[in-house]
Ligand binder design. Sequence first.
Ligand code: NAD
Length: 392
Amino acid sequence: MLNGEKKIARPLRWGMVGGGRLGQVGYKHRIGALRDNTAFQLVAGAFDIDPARGKDFGVNIGVAEERCYPDYKTMFAEEAKREDGLEVVSIATPNGTHYEICKAALHAGLHVICEKPLFFTTDEVREIKALAEEKGKIIGVTYGFSGNQMMLQMRAMVEKGEIGDVRVVDLQYTHGFNANDDGDKINAAQKWRIDPKVAGPSYVLGDLSTHTYYMSQLIMPQMKIKKLLCDRQSFISTRAPLEDNAYVLMHYENGAVGRLWTSSIDAGCMDGHRIRIVGSKASLEWWDSKPNELKYEIQGQPIQTLIRSMPYLDDSCNADERLGALHVEGLSEAWANIYLKFAIAIDAKNRGDEETLQNLVYPNIDAGLEGVRWVENCVRSADKGADWVDFE
Ligand code: NAD
């Protein structure tokens, strides 16, 4: 169980690019990183594409005025001159900026925590992975939901054979917030998401399904996709070529099959994020809208609901427990869990502690690579007219 006591010698000096006043995801980063003030300390930021607004915002959240920078290049250059300069930076800007900012951060000697989808192509990820290795730096990827400890419970149950052999993987991440064409009223965060120059080769596949795909890989690291078929649509035609809805069918190397539905036009849907793993003996099902519960359904027996924090759960799951039974945990705790692991990974990397790094389960650069690879393969299949393709 976690109680905020330090896991590393001292908090890491942390900064942000993006995630400013109007940014959707910035506060989630701060909730995650600053939950345990023994892990990160927010000392600098280039929070906004609008420098004045970014400075005003930074000062309002307690960052020293002289360390609220007009842009990330100035921040990296100025912080490098300080003895107490930045050690790690989070990138919470639109997709199309991740690659350049990440590269600049590594060249500035910083560890990086970056939003998903990491970059546009797997070639870019491989290049940055090599650069991070050369510089001895960590790259973490903020698949925030994956910090929910019930993922580790599912992982342990699958590994111990408690559901038998995995046969079917059923994934969904849908919402209905873009069911209508917003025309001129479209907000900035939505506008870039349907612009291929900023969003990349996909909309909902990258924006939503990379989370759920990563979570499925976290639960079942042994399950490798062999082939997939992706069918994608733009129900609001102005979003083309980027999709607002997609179906993916998967064939795994071990003979299991899977499907994933991702959508932003699932009108009225308020709880469309779900993972169901069907084994030969039993099934597991988790819903993002009920993150404290895990359904365990053994064929022929009454359905069980496993509840977060209870002693019958696996030690790996309860190690990430924070509030204890009878109290509800959610997305904030999930983000705090992954940020704490980023801090532990960075500290281990700094100390050359490869054993800790090998044993730590967290979304690292390989998880980021896998997400970009997923999108690349889905788009390749969809662009062939929804044909089966080998998972390259
Ligand atoms: P947004 O448009 O709401 O916010 C982007 C923020 O970045 C704004 O504050 C903007 O001013 C700032 N910005 C843009 N370019 C910048 C630059 N060059 N330098 C400094 N600041 C800059 O976008 P969002 O919805 O917050 O998404 C940002 C990223 O986070 C995207 O990659 C998105 O896919 C990802 N995201 C992840 C999650 C998650 O759960 N992990 C949730 C939402 C968004």
